[in-house]
Design a protein. Sequence first.
Lengths: 308, 255
Amino acid sequence: MSNEPAVRVRGLVARYGDKTAVDGLDLDVPAGSVTAVLGPNGAGKTTVIETCEGYRRPDAGTVRVLGMDPVADAARLRPRVGVMLQSGGVYPGARAGEMLAHTARLHAHPLDVDFLVELLGLGSCGRTPYRRLSGGQQQRLSLAMAVVGRPELVFLDEPTAGLDPQARRATWELVRRLRADGVTTVLTTHFMDEAEQLADRVAIVDAGRVIAGGTVQELCRGGAEDSLRFTGRPGLDLGSLLKALPDGTAASEPVPGTYRVSGDVGPELLATVASWCAQNGVMPDGIAVERHTLEDVFLELTGRELRG
Amino acid sequence: MSTGTFAPRPGAAPIGRMIAAQAALETRMLLRNGEQLLLTVVIPSLLLVLFSTVDVVDTGAGEPVDFLAPGVLALAVMSTAFTGQAIATGFERRYGVLKRLGASPLPRWALMCAKTLSVLVTEVLQVALLALIAFGLGWSPQGGPLPVVLLLVAGTAAFSGLGLLMAGTLRAEATLAAANLVFLLLLVGGGVIVPLDRFPGAAASVLSLLPIAALSEGLRDVLQHGAGVPWGDLGVLAVWAVLGLGAAARLFRWE
């Protein structure tokens, strides 16, 4: 059971009229993991999630959620899967606590509603109807509704869109606690730091396909090299530095007084550079390691142009 | 709380509990909505009081309230089962409420049961209030309760089918406009306050096939004239119910 992925998608195709939104997509979500689906607007993320939720039938390919067909086995799957839609889903006149309590009543062993209200800071919503809550409050209510039934698997479609930094962190904390308690999470996001913070695995989707997948470390290792940057007096002899450094390392002075060393950046390289600076009587101000971030990888893969 | 709070323990609540919870929530939403209350409570009450006490429409022989009360009861059923339900469901569809409920353990058939229950509860409250007002105006109803209940149930089924058909196929704003317009037209042309025999013969026979006319005339036969079960009117309502619910079941779009 634990070796079986919680979600397995093979060759998924989804079309809207003659437009192909998802074009032969494969995705595996290991049970108990947090998997982030990243991609530019219109990449097909929501279509993939909604197909897994049973809202759409695949035009081609197979989707298995907890080993079942999300459309044919919908009745058995629904209690086991928590869903947070990208927006809406609540009666415009309902109060936050009322709607959450109602969702809890549809489940056999729900979480304590007051506990969730407290955890996600929904207490301040009071008697305000849903339509007059802030976007952030609406998002947090929707998240609470997705988890209140104690599901095995949750789908969160852009859970932190429009949240302030505090609410984003509260959401991250909740996702971490879900993971610690063995809940599988699939989330879509535009935020690279969110994927870096939360995800065991990342799938980068563009034009309806997964164009890169793996752990954040695996993805970041694949692209450009890390580098070390420091400042000192201009015109230092880089030749003597390079002799001290291992093969495959490069050193340059892109701007007078600013130095960049790139290669396998680790503690040894840092120590070598520091001792070389000591020998040359240079104080390496502002020394910093520049890691290749997920955002770099994402932009390399999906391009830097704005999407129309 | 300690680790383990979120440990999965999925399961649907018993079906009866889900339907009861859903019906209670839908009824609360309806009673909290000012525009809905205007339609379901204020307008029927005002019409009953106004036309019973002021001699605007010639309601034939006998006390005006004996003519008007059955018509206003029919109007109350239409306001809740058709107009109110169409508008509420149209906006639930628009705001993704139906979509989100589709991902909950509540099956769709159970959602429809809950909606029906909520409509029936509201109708019971309406009938109680309007009967109270009518008695205050000197109403003396005839006939037995069975034909009245049969007519109210058949009318509810007919109007629900038409309301859900509208809500499930039109945009929410179009539903809002159309449901109110139809309410107004049927109020005038459906034998609610204006007797059908005031219309020219051909028009009257067409109008009498409308669900609101069948319901108000059927209720009038029983409550004003002491008739037994009005099978003709029940038949008209049954045909509307089959057509409306059948079309809604085929054409309703949840998103």
